[in-house]
Design a protein around this ligand. Structure first.
Ligand SMILES: [Zn+2]
Length: 482
């Protein structure tokens, strides 16, 4: 009898000793009518894996990103362009359920891809039996591949953690930062100084010092990221908490000059990881798409969605003329399900209203930070006008003030918060409205291209992506090792 482990090991080893696979086999250019390739046929066909996730992206968010790209910048989103191209790609829906709910949070979602199991919401690669599970970057690392995480949130936040840490709670971000160090993750770029800085960590540990001693280059601003071309390991932490919303970053010169965009970080990451002879796995997260959806924040949402799409463009440039990289583009769950509502008798006012978003200078997060605790109607109107150029009415200003006092009444109680009321007021002008302020149960959009993508069916269980990445990269033997 041969054990499953031995069998898988043998499979992985034989893939290594195979002659070069024929281009047809690895290119993914099989026609839809040909026999579907299995993952076993494709073992080891992908040298690299790039996983792009727009956190909390409803289908309306994908649509609005493309609409604004077309209307403001006269271009089509890379994601939508893929569907309209000659390229061979996979497209389908994915069921992102967690173990304890069909509505997932970001940590259970990233863990489903990161360890191949559904876990309870709130944990990071932590089994329903209360045991740590092995994250995918550790598997790739043990197979000799480089590992990287890039995000616009704190680098210790749920989605990157789901690929590189194991913890009973996603809130253990100090511990998650230390786990990245112990795991030797090759490249980390995002926010979250508070979890590396000895003056801010609960245990006072100087993680920057530890990373530095281990040979990492520490990057703290955009200029140093752009200038540094060393092939060394990299820890790039650019803000105390999350990176700014794109709409704020575009307005505030200091943020524009000092903080890199997601596309810039992605380019820098690929330049570095590409130097690794045995390939790499890289996760890229547009994390604040989710935050904007929670906050019913139209400009935060649409311009961060576009920033995510810019990072897709960087990845498409990287894979141009190469057949050795599996690229997955998806989201972990829908959130608040925004969309442009028809407005005007024949809906013809809606596009004009949507275009008002182009005048926005700041996110709703910025507006809420500017508002005093007990603002007057005049203050509310002025701050909103400064941020959005919208001139709201006295009645609308009063509704926001009432919501800040907990005195605003709506039939759906979840929509009584100041962020929901502000988003709904803005909907009168930009015609973008919201279902709520939390994650929803929708199946999500999944696109993939490169070796292995042809093994996906049109309806995918979240955990299947783990298996595809591990098999197609030929690292299955290391997934079984403890
Ligand atoms: Zn969320």
């Amino acid at each position: 009898m041969i054990s499953r482990k031995d069998f898988l090991k043998k499979g992985a080893l034989s893939a290594l000793t195979l002659p070069v696979l024929s281009p047809a086999l690895i290119s993914g250019k099989t026609s839809k009518t040909s026999t579907r390739k299995t993952r076993k046929d494709l073992q080891g066909a992908a040298k690299n894996v790039i996983f792009l996730v727009a956190d909390g992206m409803s289908i309306g968010t994908l649509s609005m990103g493309n609409l604004m790209n077309q209307r403001q910048f006269d271009r089509t989103s890379h994601w939508i362009q893929l569907y309209n191209s000659e390229r061979t790609y996979h497209r389908g829906l994915m069921d992102m359920a967690a173990a304890d709910s069909f509505i997932t949070d970001s940590s259970a979602a990233a863990s489903s891809w990161g360890c191949g199991q559904r876990i309870n919401n709130g944990g990071v690669n932590w089994s329903v039996n209360n045991e740590p599970l092995r994250p995918i970057t550790h598997i790739f690392r043990d197979a000799g591949k480089a590992t990287g995480l890039v995000t616009t949130t704190r680098i210790t936040h749920a989605t990157p953690a789901g690929f590189a840490a194991a913890a009973p709670s996603r809130n253990l971000e100090d511990e998650i930062a230390a786990q990245y160090f112990e795991a030797g993750i090759d490249l980390l770029m995002g926010g979250g100084d508070r979890h590396f800085n000895p003056d801010k960590r609960r245990d006072g540990r100087d993680l920057y010092g530890d990373f530095g001693k281990a040979g990492y280059t520490i990057l703290k601003d955009k200029a140093s990221m752009m200038a540094d071309k060393t092939p060394r390991k990299v820890l790039g932490i650019f803000t105390d908490s999350h990176l700014p919303y794109t709409v704020d970053q575009n307005t505030v010169p200091q943020l524009r000059d000092n903080v890199p965009t997601l596309a810039e970080m992605t380019k820098s990451a690929l330049d570095r990881l590409d130097q690794h002879p045995d390939g790499f796995i890289l996760q890229v997260e547009g994390g604040r798409v989710d935050h904007a959806a929670h906050g019913n924040d139209p400009s935060g949402l649409v311009y961060d969605m576009i920033a995510f799409d810019d990072a897709i463009g960087v990845v498409f440039e990287y894979i141009e003329n190469r057949e050795d990289t599996l690229v997955i583009i998806t989201t972990d769950h829908s959130n608040a399900n925004p969309g442009v509502n028809g407005a005007g008798l024949t809906y013809t006012d809606a596009p004009m209203m949507f275009d008002q978003l182009q005048k926005f200078r700041h996110s709703n997060e910025w507006i809420q930070e500017q508002l005093p605790k007990e603002p007057t109607k005049q203050q509310v109107k002025e701050i909103i006008e400064q941020a959005t150029r919208l001139q709201i009415t006295d009645d609308e200003a009063k509704m926001l003030i009432d919501s800040m006092k907990g005195e605003f009444i709506t039939p759906y109680r979840a929509e009584r918060t100041p962020s929901a009321v502000l988003g709904a007021i803005q909907a009168n002008y930009v015609s973008i409205n919201w279902l709520g302020g939390v994650h929803t149960s929708d199946y999500v959009e999944l696109a993939a291209l490169g070796p292995g993508s042809e093994t996906l069916t049109s309806f995918t269980r979240n955990t299947e992506l783990f298996d595809i990445m591990v098999d197609v990269a030929g690292v299955r033997a290391y997934a079984e090792a403890s």
